[in-house]
Design a protein around this ligand. Structure first.
Ligand code: ZN
Length: 179
C-alpha cells in the first residue's frame, strides 16, 4: 500500500548541475594554466618526487620495530653530551655549528618513530630550539657520515664518532651456544 504513496523523484535530479561539474571545470582550468608553464611543471614534478621519496623512506623505515626504550639512560645521555663537548651538534651550511651550550638534550639522529635505536651510537646533542625544529625525517647516509666527520674535530680523543641507526647490541646477537 505505502509503496504507491512515494512520489516519482527519479527525473527530478536529472537537470540539476552536479557539484562535480563545477569542480571538474576548476581542475581543468588550473591544469590548463599549469601545463602552459614548463618550468612550473618541472618544479611540481621535482617537489612531487621529493615528497614521494620522503614518504617511501618513512614507510620503509617505519616497518622496523620501534625500540621499546624511548629515552636514553642518564649514563648514555652523559656520554652523548660529552662526545659533543657539551655544545649543540646542529650544523647549517650558512651559520656552521650551533653555539648553544645550555639546555642540551640527547636526541635520536634517526627518529625513534621511524625505527631508530635508543642508543649512544644513534644519539646527538641538540639545543632545545634545534630539537624542537627537527622533524621525524629520516636522514640520509651521507648526512650521518658528515656528522661523524664533524665530530672528529670536537669529540674527546678515542671516543667513537660513527653514527649508527640501529646498532647491534650484544644481547640481541648472542644466541644460546652449546656448552
Ligand atoms: Zn642548536
Amino acid at each position: 500500500m505505502h509503496e504507491t504513496a512515494d512520489p516519482p523523484r527519479v527525473t527530478a535530479t536529472a537537470s540539476v548541475l552536479e557539484p562535480s561539474d563545477v569542480y571538474g571545470d576548476v581542475v581543468s582550468g588550473v591544469l590548463h594554466e599549469v601545463l602552459g608553464r614548463p618550468w612550473l611543471v618541472a618544479l611540481l614534478a621535482v617537489l612531487a618526487l621529493v615528497k614521494v621519496v620522503g614518504v617511501g623512506r618513512a614507510v620503509v623505515h617505519g616497518r622496523h620495530p620501534r625500540d621499546p626504550v624511548r629515552r636514553l639512560s642518564r649514563t648514555d645521555r652523559r656520554v652523548v653530551l660529552d662526545r659533543a663537548s657539551h655544545r649543540c651538534e646542529h650544523h647549517s651550511l650558512v651559520e656552521g655549528r650551533c653555539r648553544a651550550t645550555e639546555d642540551l638534550q640527547a636526541d635520536h639522529v634517526h627518529p625513534h618513530s621511524r625505527g631508530g635505536a635508543t642508543a649512544v651510537e644513534n644519539g646527538q646533542a641538540l639545543c632545545r630550539r634545534h630539537n624542537k625544529q627537527k622533524s621525524a625525517r629520516v636522514p640520509w647516509d651521507w648526512q650521518l657520515r658528515r656528522l661523524a666527520r664533524r665530530r672528529v674535530a670536537y669529540s674527546p680523543p678515542g671516543v667513537p664518532t660513527a653514527v649508527v641507526r640501529r646498532p647491534h647490541r650484544p644481547s640481541e646477537v648472542t644466541s644460546p651456544t652449546p656448552a
